[in-house]
Design a protein around this ligand. Structure first.
Ligand code: SF4
Length: 480
């Protein structure tokens, strides 16, 4: 009788088409790496528990960043350490789904520690598979929060010294003292017996989520032969002989049998959407009669703006007023801010889209209009403007006009004109005035309605109005 002992779980793709290159059959992991073992255990469990079609798998940053090449489930790849935060949102929006985060020690125990800690403390109904190999594998074997005392790494060449680097973080021990988590276990991939125990733990953690019992986490001590500079066989032995001596195996918490099931509803406890609109005053806004439509010339329709300058020049507010005015004019709009950590003096830019149809992405990489309020911004973004586009630049601060000959150029000495009004801070509204006069993308009335909503300083309204009109007047003077 033929018995099939080895088979690929159905939860893996037949071939890994998302993987670049010609090899679509093997994984990207190093020989002897534990990730492959754990992937298989998870995929088998999803198969056997009938969960594949309900599962959303969140890949981290780390060696397993490409887990979505392999798992034929819903896949999301998130920023470093943010998997539990993303999982929280996804699970609450889709309480019927099985949401898994898969994270390494750098991702979970360093940059993402607060994320997993608070997700555990909130008792999010998610399952976390935490791969602990005591090193940063992907980036070249630096010390991880879980590196052992005395362990030599690229960044601790004399061995981890607790007087300098502290002690290894014991994730299971810490999280298991919290009230909320339902199931926490540490297992290993050292040998066949350990792998069988890991298989059970994976199922148990998933069952915990299926049964509505709350947060579950399985920490898996896993070999990283490349990061440890070992042969695969020696790496497995090191897991058994060294790693498990420092990270005690076992169940740290299991309240799954005594805890009553709880399932988030969708949306759990939140007021109906109409009620939210009433609370936020959106209903009143919707009732307001829309302003008459504007009809900019063809080259100015559906504009995509990049607005850039120094922090403190009112760049983000300029974009916000423009977007708000666009909304009042019946456009679909988006506003995406981007700025450095500095409150003043750093760079700031924002992306604004005014569109006749729905906005697919708020990111503007090829602006039709660049508003550059300082020279670094002009130099940085000038080449991005589409041919035929417009560059409005701050001519009282920028001593080098745009070099492009295939775009329209509008020099506006906004800071000087604002100074003449008595306050440089309204130079953003001068620039906006020149823009709307030159392009007709929104009306003056729409901007005047948008200013009190978008500008926190109410006492600035009159000055902003004057600045807007000054900018319009300036642009009109250029037409003459
Ligand atoms: S570096 Fe280590 S963890 Fe990363 S793929 Fe290679 S063996 Fe696996």
């Amino acid at each position: 009788m033929a018995v099939e002992v080895l088979k690929k779980p159905r939860t893996f793709y037949d071939s890994y088409q998302r993987k670049p290159g010609t090899d679509k059959i093997t994984t990207h992991y190093c020989p002897g790496c534990g990730h492959g073992n754990l992937h298989k255990l998870i995929a088998e469990a999803l198969d056997e528990m009938g969960l594949s079609d309900r599962t959303i798998f969140i890949s981290p940053v780390g060696c397993s960043v490409f887990a979505y090449y392999y798992f034929d489930v819903g896949n999301v790849q998130v920023a470093h350490g943010r998997a539990p935060a993303a999982a929280t949102g996804i699970k609450r929006a889709h309480p019927d789904k099985i949401v898994i985060t898969y994270q390494g020690d750098g991702d979970l125990a360093a940059i993402g520690w607060n994320n997993v800690f608070h997700a555990a403390n909130r008792g999010e109904h998610i399952t976390v598979f935490f791969v602990n190999n005591a090193i940063y594998g992907m980036t070249g074997s630096q010390m991880a929060p879980t590196s052992l005392v005395g362990q030599k790494t690229m960044t601790s060449p004399r061995g981890r010294d607790p007087r300098n680097e502290g002690y290894p973080i014991k994730v299971c021990e810490i999280l298991s003292v919290l009230e909320s988590p339902a199931y926490i276990e540490r297992v290993s991939l050292a040998d066949t017996k350990s792998i069988n125990q890991t298989r059970k733990a994976v199922r148990k953690a998933l069952q915990c989520q299926v049964d509505g019992k709350g947060f579950s986490l399985v920490e898996v001590l896993s070999p990283c032969p490349t990061g440890w500079r070992m042969e695969p066989r020696d790496a497995k032995r090191w897991v058994a002989d060294v790693l498990t001596q420092n990270f005690k195996l076992g169940v740290f918490k299991d309240v799954t049998s005594e805890r009553a099931p709880y399932f988030f509803k969708d949306p759990d406890g939140a007021p109906p959407f109409d009620e939210i609109k009433r609370i936020l005053g959106w209903e009143e806004k919707e009732k307001e009669s829309p302003l008459p439509k504007v009809f900019p010339s063809p080259e100015n329709r559906n504009p995509q703006f990049k607005i850039a300058g120094f922090g403190g020049q009112g760049i983000l507010v300029l974009g916000l007023v423009l977007a708000e005015a666009g909304m009042r004019q019946g456009y679909q709009v988006s506003w995406l801010p981007s700025y450095g950590p500095e409150m003043r003096g750093g760079t700031a830019n924002c992306h604004v889209i005014l569109s006749d149809s729905k906005v697919g992405s708020p990111l503007v990489s090829r602006p039709t209009v660049l508003i550059a309020q300082n020279r670094p911004s002009l130099e940085k973004f000038e080449s991005d403007v589409v041919p035929g586009g417009l560059i409005l630049y701050e001519s009282s601060l920028i001593d080098r006009p745009p070099q492009r000959s295939d775009v329209r150029v509008l020099p506006v000495p906004a800071a000087k004109l604002a100074d003449d009004l008595g306050d440089t801070r309204v130079s953003n509204m001068v620039a906006l005035g020149a823009l709307i006069e030159y392009t007709c993308v929104v009306s003056k009335e729409a901007v005047l309605q948008a200013i009190p909503i978008s500008v926190p300083r109410k006492d600035f309204y009159e000055l902003n109005r004057k600045a807007l009109e000054t900018g319009m007047e300036y642009a009109r003077s250029l037409k003459k």
